[in-house]
Design a protein around this ligand. Structure first.
Ligand SMILES: Cc1cc2nc3c(=O)[nH]c(=O)nc-3n(C[C@H](O)[C@H](O)[C@H](O)COP(=O)(O)OP(=O)(O)OC[C@H]3O[C@@H](n4cnc5c(N)ncnc54)[C@H](O)[C@@H]3O)c2cc1C
Length: 379
């Protein structure tokens, strides 16, 4: 692992930071209040080549790697955690199964529209009775000649209301539990696909999350990824990559809140001196600074594992756990350091604290991350 970024990586960080600070920052409070998705910001991510960073240019990608991708997500999340997760879901959770396991035709047809930023992609695994335990999936895909008939309801679909394309996990053999699950690419334009309840959330309020309902949807057999029974494998692989996106989102939230707190402690005076001159507060900042560095190294290590072709399930789980707990800690401290102002919308840190919470929950809760890490300890 190289501890110095190369010129390309520095350029990606600079371009993502420019987009975040100059384009996304001005409307971020209003978008949070009105739950409005920054579609123009998403399109710009595509135009800059960010959504396709880890994928081949043959399919509209940018021929870079996962490290470059997490660096971009991190910069966007310092300012707009909602756009950061929409971006991560499109790249990792929708794009991952197709790029890594799709046929040539599937890659050519279904990657470019999303990687270019023209369309959004979504990932539909969760159902009302299948959250941490995917064995509860009851959405059914029944083979009928040259197509599958898809019926069921998926919940908590990030990008759901806006997406043109969905990666859907459905059961093709209910006797087999997770080994009977299969992964499909479904277009919103297929008759029978509708959007159900749109969720009203605590945080990431400008990201759009909803139910997606499939009612006798005819899915062509060529939209099955790999073969029947591989859906659980595909979803778990996608989530290994997605967790690095969530970790990058959380790390960005933590760094954004840390920087706002640092500036506030220098500007705000009480008892005749700037707040940072209280050792309690400067030591607290030192602790957070060290923890940010620790979490960052875990995340970059996980991304480097994936880029080098090493196993990354455990390193991604560790990075997700560390970065997301850190985001909650730093944002809570940042609100406290801002005093009463921290509780007010215009100071950003209250939004960051609300945004941080979900990172501990989605793409496998942090309890599930401990299951993954502990599972490897006693072999
Ligand atoms: C805003 C948002 C966006 C989302 N986006 C998507 C998406 O795009 N696509 C998608 O498919 N899903 C998505 N999800 C779903 C998300 O991944 C699940 O909510 C999450 O995995 C937890 O599942 P659950 O809500 O059913 O909780 P449950 O599985 O019911 O868990 C409840 C609690 O019990 C704990 N728990 C469960 N099992 C164990 C165990 N064995 N040991 C210890 N503790 C355990 C959990 O950690 C949690 O604290 C999203 C959710 C939200 C809220």
């Amino acid at each position: 692992m190289n501890f110095e970024f190369n010129e390309k990586q520095k350029m990606i960080i600079k371009n993502a930071r420019d987009l975040a600070e100059n384009y996304l920052l001005p409307g971020v409070i209003e978008r949070d209040e009105t739950s409005t998705f920054p579609m123009d910001g998403y399109k710009k991510l595509g135009q800059l080549g960010f959504i396709g960073l880890p994928y081949s240019s043959e399919y509209g990608g940018s021929d870079a790697g996962y490290l470059e991708y997490v660096l971009a997500v991190e910069e966007i999340a310092k300012v707009d955690a909602s756009l950061a997760i929409a971006y991560s879901v499109a790249t990792s959770l929708y794009g991952g199964p197709i790029a890594d396991y799709g046929t040539e035709e599937q890659k050519k047809k279904y990657l470019p529209p999303v990687l270019s930023g023209d369309s959004l992609g979504a990932f539909n695994l969760t159902e009302p009775n299948a959250g941490s335990d995917a064995a509860g999936v009851i959405t059914r895909a029944e083979k009928k000649g040259d197509h599958y008939l898809l019926n069921g309801l998926k919940c908590f679909s990030t990008n759901g209301p806006l997406a043109d394309y969905f990666f859907v996990v459905a059961s093709t053999d209910s006797e087999q539990k997770t080994r009977g699950l299969s992964g499909f690419i479904v277009e919103k334009s297929f008759p029978g696909v509708t959007i159900g309840k749109v969720d009203n959330k605590m945080g990431i309020r400008s990201a759009q999350v909803s139910e997606v309902i499939f009612n006798d949807v005819m899915v062509p057999e060529e939209n099955l990824i790999l073969e029947e029974g591989k859906g659980f494998f595909l979803a778990m692989k996608a989530l290994d990559g997605g967790r690095m996106g969530v970790a990058a989102q959380a790390l960005g939230i933590a760094e954004g809140a840390y920087e706002l707190a640092r500036k506030y402690l220098m500007e705000r005076e009480q008892f005749g001196k700037p707040l940072y001159r209280n050792q309690y507060l400067s030591f607290k900042m030192a602790e957070l600074n060290i923890k940010i560095e620790q979490a960052k190294l875990l995340l970059y290590k996980a991304a480097c594992d994936k880029d080098a072709g090493r196993s990354y399930t455990t390193s991604a789980a560790k990075a997700k756990y560390a970065c997301t707990n850190l985001a909650m800690e730093v944002t809570t401290e940042a609100v406290q350091m801002h005093g009463g102002n921290g509780y007010m919308r215009e100071y950003h840190v209250e939004r960051m604290m609300r945004d941080a919470k979900i990172t501990q929950i989605y793409e496998g809760t942090n309890e599930i991350q401990k299951l993954i890490v502990s599972g490897g300890l006693f072999r």
